[in-house]
Design a protein around this ligand. Structure first.
Ligand code: 8YV
Length: 320
């Protein structure tokens, strides 16, 4: 059986696939696999190990044909996959939850510190070679103790961020379709609010929801206007959850104090209005970017493929 891997992934996962006797077709070009190559290479494969840069939709599934049994995304988010189209063909879809929770929560906490303490701005100043002299009022930021962190999407990553944030003295509000379980609420002292109230009362808003048609531009002009003028927005989920044009406008109008973004609406493009702003932190989708985490993601995706092709239930199917 052949497996298409749509980009370079750590060897850990590839070794698992090879050890299972699977024949690998790995696309090893730079950046995203070109669509035409994807459509040709997937023909007759039993599994696709996909990256978020590849859209897996009806066209790809038709090109793959009836041999295809599983699509294993090397990511927790799977908005690049048409899950309904896969279900219509009984193709199982898997993602990599859990293994990237700590790395992504760490990164969200780092972004909170960066944007509230103006660390990107400070680093740019030192590297610029411009003369600077310490003074009592230089680059003053905002402390975290007794402020409110509003978490949109209280899944594994949102909850892990809340734990970290409590250690910095932040109080936790969250908005989520379902209430967090009683033990988590008690541990974190978290209050559940509707999105409107969360936005209006939080000092920092951090986004951890999946990207779906319902969360497209979840944060746009009205939501940004409802936030405190001293508040910060942090996004480590998916770019299009935030209307980037509206964000630029809100920053220009000083409707919020700043933003820290790991993801972008038209990734890897960044809205030009964000590029030169000192009140914005911009990093290139590094949420899960640690050696340990990427190894674990590669392994989990591979184990999902081996399980399904071996007639076993997948470890982490989507929607289960
Ligand atoms: C990955 C991510 O960097 O898991 C996700 O949903 O966005 C990141 O962890 C990316 O998906 C790698 O393909």
């Amino acid at each position: 059986m052949r497996v298409l891997v749509t980009g370079q992934v750590p060897d850990a996962g590839l070794a698992v696939l090879r050890d299972a006797g699977l024949q690998l077709v790995v696309w090893d070009g730079d950046g995203a696999m070109p669509r035409a190559d994807l459509l040709t290479a997937c023909s007759g494969v039993s599994a696709i190990v996909s990256l978020i840069s590849e859209r897996i939709d009806d066209e790809v599934l038709d090109a793959a044909g009836p041999t295809l049994r599983v699509v294993a995304n090397v990511a927790v988010g799977y908005n690049n996959i048409d899950v309904a189209a896969c279900a219509r063909r009984s193709v199982i879809v898997c993602n990599t939850p859990g293994v990237l929770t700590d790395a992504t929560a760490d990164l969200a906490m780092a972004l909170i510190l960066m944007v509230t303490r103006r660390l990107g701005e400070g680093e740019r100043l030192v590297r610029s070679g411009e003369p600077w002299r310490w003074n009592m009022f230089m680059m003053l930021g905002t402390g975290l103790r007794d402020r409110r962190l509003g978490i949109v999407g209280m899944g594994q990553i949102g909850t892990a961020l809340a734990r970290r944030a409590r250690a910095f003295g932040l109080s936790i509000a969250y908005s989520n379709r379902n209430a967090a379980d009683a033990a988590t609420v008690a541990e974190l002292g978290a209050v559940r609010l509707g999105l409107d109230e969360l936005l209006a009362t939080s000092d920092i808003v951090s986004l951890h929801c999946p990207y779906t048609p319902d969360t497209h531009h979840l944060v746009s002009t009205p939501q940004l206007r409802s936030m405190r003028s001293t508040a910060y927005l942090v996004n480590t989920s998916r770019g299009p959850v935030v209307d980037e044009g509206a964000l630029v406008e809100a920053l220009e109008q000083r409707e919020i104090a700043g933003a820290a973004l790991d993801v972008f609406e038209r990734e890897p493009e960044v809205h030009p209005g964000l590029m030169n702003r000192d009140d914005v932190v911009l990093i290139p989708h590094l949420g899960s970017a640690t050696v340990e985490t990427r190894n674990a993601m590669s392994l989990l995706a591979a184990r999902n493929v081996v399980a399904v092709l071996g007639g076993q239930p997948p470890l982490t199917p989507v929607g289960a």
